[in-house]
Structures are given as C-alpha cells and as structure tokens.
Design a protein around this ligand. Structure first.
Ligand code: 1HE
Length: 261
C-alpha cells in the first residue's frame, strides 16, 4: 500500500539503485506506525533490478524518531508488539536484499538513529547531530537501538547518550563510528548515491556475504567464524561472475585497480 510519507524512486543507468525517502518533513520525518510499515514494505518489494539503496529524509532533518503523538496509552503487551513491529521492519533494512546507504543531515535522533544504524553505511553532512532523547522522555529504545548502536560506538557511549541526553555533533559522530563518511553541508545525499552506485557494481554474492555473513561471523566464536568464513569464501569464489572478474583483472581489463584517492 502506498504511503504519502515515503517515496521510492528507482535510478541509475540500469535502474540499479532505489532511493527510499522519508517525505514527512513537516513533522521532521517522525516515524508513525504506518511509516514504519511502509519502510518494511518498501524493502520487501524492491524490484529485482535494484542492487543497492539509499535512505534519505526530506527537509532539514533526517528523522526525529518515533512519532511521539502516537505514544499514547499502550499497555505492556501492546508496547512489546509495537517494538517488535519496529524490529521486523528494520530487519528488512539490515537483512534485506541489498546494501543500504543512509544519507544523514540535521537530527538523527531516537528511532531515527535506530533506522540509520540498521543501514550498512552512513554518510553524514556537517549539519548532522545524533541523540537518544528516549532517556529524557522516560522511555527506552525499542527499534533495535540497544543491539545495533553499541556495535557502532560501544555500550559506554550509548549509555552516556541516554543517561545524559548528550547530543553528538557530526564530526564527533564520524570519529566515534556513528557514520563512516563526513561530507560538507548538503552533500550527504550525493555522496550516498555515488556510493550506492559503486556498491551496485559489486558481484551480488559479495554484497550478500557482507550483509548476511559478515555480521554473523563477527558474532561467532573465532573457531566457528573461521569455518563460516571459509564456506562463504568458497561459495563466493565459485560463482562464474567472480571467476570472470578475476580473469578481467589479470588481463588488465577490470578498471578496478586499488587506487589511493
Ligand atoms: C514531531 C516529532 C516527533 C517533531 N514526534 N512530532 N524523538 C524526539 O524526542 C525528538 C523530538 N523532536 C525534536 O527534538 C525536534 O523536533 C527536532 C530537533 C527533531 C527538530 O526541531 P525543529 O525546531 O526543526 O522542529 P519542531 O518545531 O520541533 O517540530 C516541527 C513539527 O514536527 C512539530 O509539529 P507542528 O504540528 O507543531 O508543526 C513537532 O511537533 C513535530 N515533531 N518531532 C511527533 N518525534 C522505537 S522506539 C523509538 C523511541 C524514540 O524515537 S524517542 C525519541 C523521539
């Protein structure tokens, strides 16, 4: 079902990139239930030609998090199901069909940071700021933040953000690992799109391994991780496309020599 607060646009020479844009700028892209379900549906239904995606937010802020106007009189059971709905939707972003690059600017707060941390790459411009105001609102994260955010910045930093309401500025966010890229004001989307187009050129099995195998290997005890890695490596290298890519490199045809930028 279409939702006016979410726009999906397919772009690139081979329609290889999906731009998934929150278009609820008047409410700072606050995520109500319908919008969370629309994000889930968008990632479940990406056309087969799409090889990478960009998540973006309309207006001056990426996302103000949970729509607080919906935080009404939920009882404990309803609260749990609500959180599980977020988990299911953001699972489709992290473990969906294609790598996702988030283009961040302005507020990336609460559930907005939870959405951003479900993406594989975060590009932030200089206006970006991060916060977890849940602590001050008397609530807790519920969109997977307590699982994903400590993996980016560690438990101590997340605890600080929630206990003290600390707001992290763009440069510090990049330094501590909230974003992998920091770009000048207004350039996050262009950089994210450039990266998504680059990612879309990778062998699909390599992208699959990075999305689905790497985070699980990183959670495994080392001896199990080594075995999973070996199996993933064997599967990836056996694909005809991988063999062709290596042949192209050896014959000087690949154009993908590693370059100092
Ligand atoms: C909202 C929301 C929202 C704005 N829910 N309506 N998130 C927060 O605690 C963050 C709350 N928002 C803010 O701190 C600020 O709005 C911003 C820093 C993001 C932006 O400030 P500003 O000055 O640009 O906008 P504004 O004037 O505060 O808001 C503009 C409108 O958006 C206004 O509505 P209007 O009808 O009066 O124009 C705001 O009410 C509305 N708005 N943010 C509802 N969040 C899975 S659990 C996740 C738990 C959480 O995410 S908790 C954190 C929630």
């Amino acid at each position: 079902m279409s939702n006016p607060d979410l726009q999906v646009e397919i772009t690139g020479e081979q329609n290889e990139v999906a731009i998934v844009r929150l278009t609820r700028g008047a409410k700072r892209n606050a995520l109500n239930d319908a919008l969370i379900l629309a994000i889930r549906d968008a990632f479940e239904n990406l056309p087969a030609c799409v090889r990478a995606a960009v998540v973006d937010g309309q207006g001056e802020h990426f996302c103000a998090g949970l729509d607080l106007s919906e935080l009404s009189e939920r009882d404990a059971g309803q609260g749990m199901h609500h959180s599980r709905m977020w988990h299911a939707a953001l699972e489709k972003v992290q473990y969906g069909p294609v790598p996702v690059v988030a283009a961040l600017h302005g507020a990336v707060v609460g559930g907005g940071l939870e959405l951003a941390s479900a993406c594989h790459i975060r590009v932030a411009d200089e206006t970006t700021f991060y916060a977890l105001p849940e602590g001050s609102r008397g609530i807790f994260v519920g969109g997977g933040g307590s699982v994903r955010i400590p993996k980016l910045i560690g438990v101590a930093r997340m605890t600080d953000m929630m206990l003290t309401g600390r707001v992290i500025k763009a440069a510090d966010g990049e330094r501590i690992g909230l974003a992998q890229y920091l770009v000048p004001t207004g350039q996050a989307f262009d950089k994210a799109l450039e990266l998504a187009k680059r990612i879309a050129q990778n062998a699909p099995l390599t992208n699959y391994a990075l999305m689905h195998a790497l985070p699980r290997i990183a959670e495994q005890p080392a001896d199990q991780g080594f075995l999973t890695e070996a199996m993933m490596a064997a599967i990836a290298q056996s694909a005809p496309e991988a063999k062709q890519r290596v042949r192209d490199f050896l014959q000087g045809k690949a154009g993908t020599k590693v370059q100092k930028s």
